[in-house]
Design a protein around this ligand. Structure first.
Ligand SMILES: Cc1ncc(COP(=O)(O)O)c(C=O)c1O
Length: 401
């Protein structure tokens, strides 16, 4: 069974863990400041604050905007209809009202025209979410600016990507606030982690204050994160992967399991901890290797796409995008998922790729995407044989009568 998602255990993760353990620097130490400064510099903004995960960073920004009156209690934030469930979960938890915006057909990001049409009197902010390696169009930013809306960039899935402005500004460099995730299977992973980025000194001061008052994890908490990463990685190898089949096959079971499990692997909204030193060290080593990582991911994506039949296309990459999740576009996504599953390829059978919020009514781009998008396995250590099997299976499906 070729599982769709897999945690990346980068070469060096155990060495770094052992080194930090021996030095008594698992939790606190100099790598935190080093990584925070290096990542912030790489985006080109003046302020960055490490957090325990991307969700935590978003929470800090929303808290601040509420406290300074930029997001009054009756205000709403617009978010894409296609994203990860944890974002609306956090908004519900914080009591922040939101409405959803359609995505562009053939892409995974917001439709600027739908955004423009849905801005209402209560709208104060937009979560500009770059998804699956794809950057939002500049037009989305232009609508926000013209309508005087706060821009919070969600960069959880686009490490190394750039806006299509003349300067090629890195993702996260144009918003009022931005956050990245270093979650378990992200392009850079610290086995959960995040950073809040901004040019706004007041937001930065709030983030600093809050993180100063946030509890440290214990060495056991930190070690558990590595354990989770290893255990998940092992589970995705045959024969263990076959044990996951009942979960993969049943939409409802998978979703329930995924959420419960994610709450285990993730800090809780009301119990966020600081990012530990060793996790920052892991992320720093991967930041240094990011150009090669992106190149390798793009090479693999091109191999998956090579010689595709005419009836199969792929979610388009534009200059500035990176390769993260690889999405094939077919005539009938659920039939294609079934066919690939029979060939031993998990594409999230019966499930949508990410999750759709607010329903598909009035969101034709999303409806069309859900009916035609299939997420292919595209993780770091996909073998050439696996790539070949995926290509052949996709081709066989396309040629089925
Ligand atoms: C698009 C998107 N936004 C936000 C998040 C939340 O990040 P984290 O899991 O680090 O809290 C994720 C990660 O799953 C994501 O993919």
């Amino acid at each position: 069974m070729i599982i769709r998602r897999k945690n990346y255990l980068y070469p060096g993760i155990f060495r770094a863990y052992a080194r930090h353990l021996a030095a008594g620097e698992l939790v606190a130490g100099p790598s935190r400041e080093r990584f925070e400064a290096a990542f912030t510099r790489s985006i080109g903004v003046p302020f960055g604050t490490l957090t325990s995960c991307g969700t935590h960073a978003l929470m800090l920004a929303l808290e601040h905007y509420r406290a300074v009156g930029s997001l009054p209690p009756d205000a709403e934030i617009l978010i894409p209809a296609f994203t990860t469930y944890i974002v609306p979960e956090l908004l519900d938890y914080m009591g922040v009202r939101y409405r959803t915006i359609d995505i562009l057909p053939g892409r995974t990001t917001m439709d600027a025209a739908d955004l423009e049409a849905k801005v209402g009197p209560a709208t104060r902010a937009v979560l500009v979410t770059h998804l699956m390696g794809n950057m939002c169009d500049l037009a989305v930013l232009e609508v926000c600016r013209r309508r005087g809306l706060l821009v919070i960039e969600d960069c959880a899935q686009v490490h190394g990507a750039r806006w299509s402005d003349a300067a090629g500004t890195p993702a996260g460099g144009l918003g009022d606030a931005a956050f990245y995730s270093f979650g378990y299977n992200k392009i850079i992973t610290s086995c959960n982690g995040g950073i809040l980025l901004t040019r706004d000194a007041a937001l930065h001061a709030h983030a600093r204050r809050r993180m100063g008052a946030t509890a440290e994890p214990t060495a056991l908490n930190v070690s558990k994160k590595l354990f989770v990463a290893v255990a998940e990685n092992v589970m995705t190898h045959a024969p263990f992967a076959w044990a996951l089949v009942p979960f993969l096959k049943h939409d409802a079971a998978l979703k329930r399991w995924k959420r419960r499990y994610n709450h285990f692997a993730h800090d809780q909204f009301d119990d966020f901890r600081r990012l530990s030193n060793v996790q920052a060290a892991w992320a720093l080593e991967q930041l240094d290797a990011l150009p090669e990582t992106l190149e390798r991911r793009m090479r693999q994506e091109r191999a998956l796409e090579a010689d595709a039949p005419v009836s199969v296309s792929f979610v388009e990459r534009r200059p500035g995008d990176v390769s993260y999740l690889v999405i094939a576009r077919v005539s009938d996504a659920s039939a294609c998922r079934e066919a690939l599953f029979r060939a031993g390829i998990d594409t999230g059978i019966g499930t949508t790729i990410m999750e759709a919020f607010g329903g598909v009514e009035g969101q034709p781009g999303l409806a069309r995407s859900l009916a035609t998008y299939v997420q292919l396995p595209a993780h770091f250590d996909l073998s050439e044989r696996a790539v070949e099997l995926i290509r052949r299976s996709l081709s066989a499906f396309a040629h089925e009568p």
